[in-house]
Write a protein that binds this ligand. Structure first.
Ligand SMILES: [Zn+2]
Length: 194
């Protein structure tokens, strides 16, 4: 991949444990996207580390939204990976890559009764617009050829075609009254394994 600027590695203590972080600035499209690799010190020593590819969700990750399960999935991954070793790739493709403004418009349509897939279609997008080239780039950069993927999304498994996924680790998060319908659509229409 061309046009990627890579930061130094810094230490990031968190309430889940201490990680190393490194930023990857991807100069594509109309504006650059800055992704983050969040990993444990012992990454190099693990033959097939646990990897979570987490798609940015500002409302879920930072504001505590319970419309989705993103924040809980991220914290579950941080807790597990701090303990077992591995990496989280924080993938800056907000709203399944439709961007924050479109995601808020999709939420407004959901307020009117459309589900998450229908709302995306109303706005002229596919249910999922994400791409994973930069994820493969980051994994290669760290020399990770084999991994255990922490995900409920089988599409992510297919998207990392060239990387050997030796195991899928599920993320089990209990539903709440706000995200029950959303999780059902993810399961029934988007093939998520919940
Ligand atoms: Zn979310």
């Amino acid at each position: 991949m061309n046009n990627i600027e890579i930061s130094q590695i810094a230490t990031l203590p968190t309430k889940y444990g201490t990680f190393k972080i490194q930023a990857f600035k991807e100069m594509t499209g109309s504006r650059p996207k800055e992704h983050l690799a969040i990993f444990t010190d012992n990454l190099e020593d693990i033959e097939a580390p646990i990897v979570r590819v987490h798609s940015e969700c500002l409302t879920g990750d930072a504001i505590g939204s319970v419309k989705c399960d993103c924040g809980e999935q991220l914290h579950y991954a941080q807790e597990l990976i701090a303990k077992e070793g591995g990496m989280i790739i924080y993938h800056r493709q907000e709203g399944r890559n439709i961007g924050l403004l479109n995601k808020v418009n999709a939420y407004a349509l959901q307020d009117k009764g459309f589900d998450t897939v229908e709302a995306n279609h109303q706005l002229g997008f596919k249910a999922d617009e994400r791409t994973y080239e930069v994820v493969e780039f980051i994994l290669k950069y760290f020399g990770i050829e084999k991994l255990k993927l922490l995900t409920n999304n089988p599409r992510k498994i297919e998207s990392l075609g060239k990387i050997q996924i030796i195991e899928r680790l599920p993320i089990k998060i209990p539903s709440n009254p706000h995200n029950e319908a959303y999780l059902k659509v993810k399961k029934d229409q988007m093939g998520h394994l919940l």
